[in-house]
Design a protein around this ligand. Structure first.
Ligand code: SF4
Ligand code: SF4
Length: 187
């Protein structure tokens, strides 16, 4: 290839490159944002910061403290303290250390009660390591109020259950006593 041909080819390739640059400069929608003044549209499937949904109908968060999410977590992010039992089980402490979280979604897949979700919130950057430690007050939708309402609901349900059991036991004892033959009756 002669020097002139090589020069012409190089010059054409520069023009092609500049044409592509010009097209992108004026012809295409900008995909950069002046963050944080402009906010990005986040997909609803985004794996962001966790929350525990509050069930208005039941008056409690859905979590029953079964620990399946904690067992599924490969990095030991989740700890909890259970309260109540049986149908009236919940948690009064639920902590996630997001400093160790991989946002792998395994905890959410493991939960059989739809009790833990990921939101579209993504901003975790801070100079304070403490912000990545999320307690139940920060995780529950509705905050400390939702946690308090859950506690009251569970305590009321447990009291009701204990009262029903006591009433049933008393009724059973009374039925047994009335079935006993009275003194002097019979032969
Ligand atoms: S997303 Fe993964 S790493 Fe994070 S808490 Fe859930 S299971 Fe653990
Ligand atoms: S979030 Fe789900 S899996 Fe985890 S303890 Fe609560 S109910 Fe169980």
């Amino acid at each position: 290839m002669s020097g002139i041909t090589s020069f012409i080819r190089g010059f054409i390739s520069i023009l092609q490159g500049m044409w592509i640059t010009l097209q992108n400069l004026v012809g295409r929608r900008k995909i950069t944002l002046l963050y944080p003044y402009q906010r990005p549209d986040i997909s609803p499937r985004w794996r962001g910061i966790f929350y525990l949904p509050y069930n208005d109908e039941a008056g409690r968060i859905n979590c029953v403290g079964c620990t399946l999410c904690a067992q599924a977590c490969p990095t030991g992010v989740i700890t909890m303290t259970k309260m109540g039992a049986g149908k009236h089980a919940s948690v009064n402490a639920f902590t996630m250390d997001l400093g160790r979280c991989m946002f792998c979604n395994l905890c959410i897949e493991a939960c059989p009660f739809d009790a833990i979700h990921m939101s579209t919130r993504f901003e975790l950057a801070s100079l304070d390591r403490g912000v990545s430690l999320l307690t139940i007050d920060k995780l529950a939708r509705g905050g400390a109020d939702a946690v308090e309402r859950t506690k009251r609901t569970i305590e009321a349900a447990l009291e009701q259950e204990a009262a029903a059991k006591a009433a049933a036991a008393a009724a059973k004892a009374q039925a047994a006593a009335s079935a006993q033959p009275t003194e002097g009756s019979g032969a």
